[in-house]
Design a binder for this molecule. Structure first.
Ligand code: ITT
Length: 195
């Protein structure tokens, strides 16, 4: 069993990360903390800053940053997704998209650290923005995001379905495979920068 400390303010992320990592023999402990997000242009930069803010040399520390990118809005809200949703909610986004291409991508960049070593893993899911919010599962933008191959929003799909297709699940499967491989490898044969 590998222990990982997942630092986030978001209980929805914790449920999803636990469910994806459990089959890899990874046990996730939750440190509930709001990590400051600097002005940055990429999710990877934000994830890196979040990692720097947590110092736990003896164990694996996991953080992640996610965002909804709408190409017809030049990638907005992207790295500003949390801020935008908190201040404005869905209406301005739905209004902006009334006459624009509704395609969107949800992306996650996960940052993992142990001592001085750092690794990043990414995942994404394509889809479209719904005409109106629907559904009560999940959190954040789930009520307005319809993943590719589905006709319902992420919030109308069951948590199991979300965990089989989501941006976060895709990034976390990479984390799980990495940790499972590393925990099996004899210590002196471990290569630096494996990921
Ligand atoms: P942290 O403490 O981990 O930063 P957060 O909720 O602030 O939690 P992010 O900055 O990564 O997380 O998320 C940016 C925004 O995108 C925020 O409004 C989230 O609610 C939303 N979001 C993240 N993952 C999502 C998902 O799987 N489905 C819907 N919305 C999501």
């Amino acid at each position: 069993m590998v222990d990982v400390l997942f630092v986030t303010s978001n209980p929805g992320k914790v449920r999803e990360v636990r469910s994806v990592l459990a089959p890899y023999g990874v046990s996730v402990r939750w440190l509930r903390r709001t990590l400051t997000e600097p002005q940055a242009t990429t999710l990877a930069e934000v994830a890196g800053h979040k990692l720097e803010a947590v110092r736990r040399p003896a164990r694996y520390v996991l953080v992640e940053d996610s965002g909804l990118f709408v190409p017809s809005l030049k990638g907005f809200p992207g790295v500003y997704s949390a801020h935008f949703l908190k201040i404005w909610g869905f209406p301005p986004l739905l209004e902006l998209l009334r006459r624009r291409d509704r395609r969107a991508v949800f992306r996650t960049v996960a940052g993992l650290a142990r001592g001085k070593e750092r690794w990043t893993f990414s995942g994404e899911v394509r889809g479209t923005i719904a005409w109106a919010p629907a559904g009560s599962h999940g959190f954040g933008y789930d009520p307005i995001f319809v993943p590719e191959g589905f006709t319902r929003t992420m919030a109308e799909l069951s948590p199991e379905v979300k965990d089989s297709i989501s941006h976060r699940a895709r990034a976390m499967h990479k984390v799980g495979r990495f940790l499972a491989t590393r925990s099996r490898a004899p210590k002196r044969k471990r290569k630096k920068g494996f990921a």
